[in-house]
Design a protein around this ligand. Structure first.
Ligand code: AMP
Ligand code: GLY
Length: 412
């Protein structure tokens, strides 16, 4: 039995912790998560105290959930203290940390992606917009909790979006620079791979539902639900993505002296013109990981250690269908209130992960935009979907909403 510290305290980190706990390890989590507190130890320490905590508590492995720690260089800091940590270092995490970096890398190494231009001056960006066909996509350069992407339907709206990002600092410093890119049409899917240098181990693909409401209406969110398998993305599509996107990307990173170790997540679009890259992330997807980890039979602890050491790994999966439906606070991804009591959680038969909750006087209350994810598995996707939604009805809370169509695309 080993001792693992998980950084981050959302649904993804609950799922990572639960998997590692079921593999027989002692779990420590940085931050509070009432779901993890049932089997692990949640600790409140500052980022500066992580190394000392690991030494004092004889932590064998640090598993990093969210991108922010990686982009800020936590791996470099802990490695300098001889602490074993799973995730890319700061030089490699820039793949997610800067969209202008990743777009320029794709351009330089001929990795398929949407056509784009990068701007630091709003006047130049406005000028460029005059000659474009709409819709177009405006992206804040830095990280913005998965919300820094705006699809502008018209010239007028693109101008006000630009002003929001570049003048009113809607995404803080992340929006000092913007990428303006071509709007791609097609089916989106998420391909995550364990990567160690030039070795690439693709996981199962999953589909996330980014928009807030049914039928892909409403604003982009961090993700309102995920499922697998995806009927309309073939094995050839995945092979094309690995050969033309993932492998060239990890090789490009080596050429740039930014060798990648950890999880490379490619957000992809199957277009009429082949598979194209929408974005890179440098960690497990959220909510994708909540379902992918349900499907994974291999030991996550062993994989993380083998990736750190550069050993080959063997990925094994169950053959079930999995679906995860997110319950979010009304108003998310914009303004919402916290503190609503959640009842009925003990009646849930599926797996439930706590995304944004906290315990208050013995009650579980909402404490974030995305609050819970209910994950169900079955032999068919229909059954998994039915199970998940049946369980959701048992949850009582006055301030939650969810999408009713998670996974439905693959049922048609
Ligand atoms: P990102 O944070 O880059 O994944 O973008 C969030 C979401 O915006 C994606 O999951 C897509 O649904 C959408 N999106 C981003 N870039 C594009 C694009 N070039 N064309 C169409 N949709 C896009
Ligand atoms: N679900 C997309 C992400 O984790 O960024």
């Amino acid at each position: 039995m080993s001792r693992v510290l998980v950084l981050g305290n959302g649904g993804r980190e609950h799922a990572i912790s639960y998997k590692l706990f079921n593999e027989g390890h002692d779990i420590f989590m940085l931050g509070q998560n009432p779901g993890v507190a049932k089997f692990g130890t949640c600790v409140e320490i500052s980022e500066d105290q992580i190394a000392e905590f690991c030494k004092n508590n004889i932590i064998d492995l640090v598993f990093v959930g969210p991108e922010k720690y990686l982009v800020d260089g936590i791996v470099d800091k802990l490695e300098n203290e001889q602490i074993r940590v799973f995730g890319p270092n700061k030089r490699a995490a820039i793949l997610e940390g800067s969209k202008s970096f990743s777009k320029n890398l794709m351009k330089k190494y001929y990795i398929p992606t949407a056509k784009f231009e990068i701007f630091e001056k709003i006047e130049e960006a406005k000028e460029y917009l005059k000659n474009l066909d709409f819709p177009i996509v405006i992206k804040a350069d830095g990280i913005a909790s998965g919300k820094g992407v705006i699809i502008a339907e018209s010239y007028e709206s693109s101008i006000s979006d630009l002003e929001e990002i570049m003048i009113n600092n809607k995404f803080n410093d992340a929006g000092k620079k913007v990428v303006i890119e071509e709007f791609l049409v097609g089916e989106e899917f998420s391909l995550m791979c364990f990567v160690s240098g030039n070795k690439v181990y693709p996981m199962k693909i999953a589909q996330d539902h980014k928009r807030a409401f049914d039928n892909d209406e409403g604003l982009n969110t961090g993700g309102m639900g995920a499922y697998l398998p995806i009927k309309h993305i073939t094995e050839e599509d995945v092979k094309e993505a690995v050969d033309k996107i993932i492998i060239p990307t990890v090789e490009a990173m080596i050429s740039e002296n930014r060798e990648f170790k950890g999880i490379l997540f490619a957000g992809l679009m199957k277009t009429a013109d082949g598979i194209k890259t929408i974005e890179y992330n440098v960690r497990f997807g959220d909510p994708e990981s909540e379902i992918i980890l349900q499907s994974m039979n291999s030991s996550l602890f062993d994989i993380a250690n083998d990736i750190i050491d550069g050993n080959d790994i063997n990925l094994e999966w169950d053959d079930k269908s999995h679906v995860g439906v997110v319950l979010a606070s009304k108003g998310y991804p914009e303004i919402y209130e916290n503190g609503y009591e959640i009842l009925g959680l003990e009646k849930i038969e599926s797996q439930i992960f706590y995304m944004g909750t906290k315990e208050l006087n013995g009650k579980i209350v909402t404490n974030g935009g995305r609050v819970l994810i209910v994950c169900a598995s079955a032999h068919t996707l229909e059954e998994a979907i039915e199970k998940a939604y049946k369980d959701i009805e048992k949850i009582e809370c006055d301030n939650l909403y969810y999408r009713n169509d998670i996974g439905h695309l693959s049922l048609k």
